[in-house]
Design a protein around this ligand. Structure first.
Ligand SMILES: CC(=O)SCCNC(=O)CCNC(=O)[C@H](O)C(C)(C)COP(=O)(O)OP(=O)(O)OC[C@H]1O[C@@H](n2cnc3c(N)ncnc32)[C@H](O)[C@@H]1OP(=O)(O)O
Ligand SMILES: O=C([O-])CC(=O)C(=O)O
Length: 462
């Protein structure tokens, strides 16, 4: 297995210079990159500004703008067959190149990438060294303190609120600390400098969100007995620890989970909502709270809890040793009752999600004898073939939500109504990185046009 440090040793001098090797302060690194990227955006606008991107149909306008390129996000791109590509790197490449929690342990039990590393990559376009990832770990530890007033706010929330509702509310509570909102309110910030307080708020939000999410978990499911942060641990390992999970395998699972769920180009509901709300210059707390409300929908991030829910119901009825026909009958039953089979299908992907493959690899190594995992793998084999018989479904293959809940369940995090909150901790990385870059690029308020039905009749009347 190669690390970026080993790659750098072999690299030529000019290759090395593009990595900003010695600088471990992320803000300084991006402050250097921003003018170059602004110039690139200007060039794209000048050179291609009047080019036609594509044509779109009435069906697309009414059908959720599917297949229309209508946004610019420089962080990641979703290829229908290859899946997500983060700044040019696929998930298997990132598993190989990104720093790990223990750089000395090169065995298979220590292979999950650190989310600190992927955030560095998303922000800079450069693979980080271990020292750069380590510096983010310390910075997030430092910024990650959640004040007692916010803790009290969460501990006073009714326990029957959904975890995602609590998380969204907690971010709204933290909004009072927004540095951007304060500077804007005081009239002390000019447009060209917006990115800096956005950066400060975004870094604070990322640093605090595992603590906030862990407090929600302990409040809802562990009698509100909180666990202090452990300053020796990385962002993801500390999140597992603060929820109450000390096993190495859980920490590794959460590291991989938080890395692979972080971003999925600009158009998915959570990223798009965060961007849209941020385009009105709502600060990062307001923007991501809104994004979370989209992630909490069953066709998006909530699908991970839905998968677990039906699997548990299925096991209650049939046990874990089921026939392929039992699974096919379940699919027919769900679809004939007008519902969707959670964990399958995608608006962009046309093949199995590489994030699903990542989780299969993890479970085959760490959880190979687990009955739930075996059942899930059987379902992932049978269900796509069955869904293919429904011609209207564009993609019958498993998506990221198909596997993630079962991994957590098999590792002892059994409260499935919490699963989307784990997704939300991860997605903060992509949404915050996008938001900082949107302000650095000076992107305008997003405001597409809309049409009433009469407009279509009038425009296309024969
Ligand atoms: C992190 C993520 O957000 S990954 C996605 C998580 N969501 C899920 O797993 C929920 C199950 N899947 C789905 O509902 C869909 O596949 C979506 C929402 C992800 C994508 O939706 P679309 O782009 O509209 O998919 P597609 O073009 O294939 O839909 C065509 C039809 O097939 C149906 N369909 C698509 N996937 C499924 C499915 N898994 N089960 C049953 N029906 C499905 C759609 O509901 C739609 O039906 P309709 O015409 O009667 O309204
Ligand atoms: O891209 C999408 O629409 C949904 C998705 O997989 C994600 O946001 O991770």
């Amino acid at each position: 297995m190669r690390s970026i440090n080993q790659l750098l040793k072999q690299a030529t001098l000019s290759q090395k210079s593009q990595y900003n090797f010695g600088q471990t302060n992320l803000k300084k690194v991006i402050a250097e990159i921003i003018p170059q990227k602004q110039a690139e955006l200007k060039e794209v606008k000048e050179k291609f500004g009047d080019k036609v991107v594509g044509q779109y149909t009435v069906k697309q306008v009414i059908g959720g703008m599917r297949g229309m390129k209508g946004l610019m996000s420089d962080l990641s791109r979703c290829d229908p067959y290859q899946g997500i590509i983060f700044r040019g790197y696929t998930i298997p490449q990132l598993k190989e190149f990104l720093p790990k929690a223990d750089p000395k342990a090169a065995d298979q039990a220590n292979q999950e990438p650190l989310p600190e590393g992927i955030f560095w990559l998303l922000m800079t376009g450069q693979l980080p060294t271990h020292a750069q990832a380590e510096s983010l770990k310390h910075e997030w530890q430092h910024r990650g303190v959640v004040n007692q007033d916010c803790i009290n706010f969460i501990l006073n929330l009714p326990k029957d609120l959904h975890s995602m509702t609590m998380l969204s509310m907690a971010l709204l509570y933290l909004q009072k600390d927004s540095k951007f909102a304060k500077l804007y309110d005081e009239g002390k910030i000019s447009k060209k400098d917006y990115w800096e307080p956005f950066y400060e708020d975004a870094m604070d939000l990322i640093a605090k969100i595992p603590r906030v999410a862990a407090i929600i978990y302990r409040h809802k499911y562990r009698d509100s007995k909180l666990i202090d942060s452990d300053s020796r641990l990385d962002w993801a390992g500390n999140y597992a620890h603060m929820m109450g999970f000390e096993q190495h395998v859980v920490k590794e699972c959460i590291r991989g989970y938080l890395s692979i769920h972080c971003d999925h180009e600009g158009g998915n509901v959570s990223a798009h909502t965060t961007h849209l709300v941020g385009s009105a210059l709502s600060d990062p707390y307001l923007s991501y709270s809104a994004g979370l409300n989209g992630l909490a929908g069953p066709l998006h991030g909530l699908a991970n809890q839905e998968v677990l829910k039906w699997l548990l119901q299925f096991i209650e009825e049939k046990g874990t040793k089921v026939s392929d026909k039992d699974i096919e009958d379940y699919v027919d039953h769900v679809i004939s009752s007008g519902r969707v089979v959670p964990g399958y299908g995608h608006a962009v992907l046309r093949d199995t999600d590489p994030r699903f493959h990542h989780q299969v690899d993890f479970s085959k190594f760490h959880l190979k004898d687990d009955q739930m995992i075996k059942l899930l793998h059987q379902c992932a084999d049978v269900i796509p073939k069955k869904l293919l018989t429904y011609k209207k479904i564009a993609n019958p293959y498993p998506n990221v939500d198909c596997h993630s809940g079962v991994l957590l369940y098999s590792l002892g995090l059994t409260e499935y109504q919490y699963y989307t909150a784990v997704f939300a901790v991860s997605r903060s990385l992509g949404c915050m990185a996008n938001l900082i870059w949107s302000r650095a690029f000076g992107l305008p308020i997003e405001r597409p046009g809309s049409a009433d039905l009469k407009w279509f009749h009038d425009k296309f009347r024969e």
